[in-house]
Design a protein around this ligand. Structure first.
Ligand code: FES
Length: 267
């Protein structure tokens, strides 16, 4: 079904730097809050920049949505400087998000760094009959999503958190993909959001394990690519997949891991 996307001027409710260079911003957007699904995104007009910035929705409450974003350039820097009651121009919800199969019970979520953003929304959306394990990897403890990310609408009860850092400052030492195989057996479905290198490592793991029962064959990943329009008009986000050319903004950003031709993806 086509998204009921809308362009709206919305008020900033709060904006807090929750980790170095990472902001949690709540925005009053009742229409989006009432219709957005986990993995979908919005685009934000950032100051005078022509290209809108795509950002996945991180949480929702009855009238508000939250964005969790990293300052990576002038556009997100502008956004990070918005204050309470400032108005920002947003468009959404856009794209196709994560899906949970009717029979799936055990969900395994893998977040690399800021990739926690849409997966947190998935934990909020899943029902109490789902058991969830969320592996969160980051370079160091300061970049791990923690209870500092307040205010939150998420009740994390029932979610088992596993943390891993590259420098070993908290949790195990290593990459999220290092411990992924330990959790696959119990998973009915796997969801991931993180950097391209993480996905490529998962795809290789999946190829190597073709003869075994690894669940990476049922893995949905959220792609982050440069976008123009954000809704299928400019073809600026086209990628080649095993099912033909796809537009990340309209056909994704969530794809099956094994549908992507990773050798051709430049993100
Ligand atoms: Fe324009 Fe995807 S960004 S088609």
């Amino acid at each position: 079904m086509e998204n009921a996307k809308k362009q709206t001027l919305c008020s900033v409710v709060s904006n807090v730097e929750v980790m170095p260079g990472v902001h949690l911003m709540w925005i009053e957007a009742p229409n989006i809050a009432g219709s957005v699904l986990p993995g979908q995104f919005i685009t934000v007009r950032c100051g005078g920049f022509t290209l809108r910035r795509p950002l996945s929705v991180h949480q929702v409450s009855s009238r508000e949505i939250a964005l969790l974003f990293k300052v990576t350039g002038n556009g997100t820097l502008w956004l990070s400087q918005r204050q309470k009651r400032d108005r920002i121009d947003i468009l959404g919800p856009l794209g196709k998000g994560f899906s949970i199969e009717p029979g799936a019970k055990n969900l395994l979520l893998l977040a690399g760094g800021i990739g926690i953003a849409p997966l947190a929304f998935l934990t909020q959306y899943a029902s109490s009959r789902h058991q969830m394990t969320l592996i969160h990897g980051a370079s160091t403890a300061a970049q791990l999503y923690t209870e500092r990310c307040q205010p939150t609408a998420i009740n994390y009860q029932g979610v088992q958190f596993i943390t891993i850092t590259e420098d070993g400052s908290i949790g195990k030492k290593g990459m999220a993909t290092d411990i992924l195989p330990d959790f696959l057996d119990r998973a009915d479905q796997v969801y991931a959001c993180g950097p391209a290198d993480m996905y490529k490592a998962m795809a290789e793991m999946s190829q190597r394990a073709k003869q075994s029962n690894l669940k990476l064959r049922k893995c949905q990943v959220s792609l982050e690519v440069r976008m123009g329009c954000g809704f299928g008009a400019c073809y600026g986000c086209t990628i080649n997949t095993k099912k033909g050319l796809k537009q990340v903004c309209r056909d994704g950003p969530v794809f099956e891991l094994n549908d992507i031709i990773w050798q051709e993806v430049r993100i």
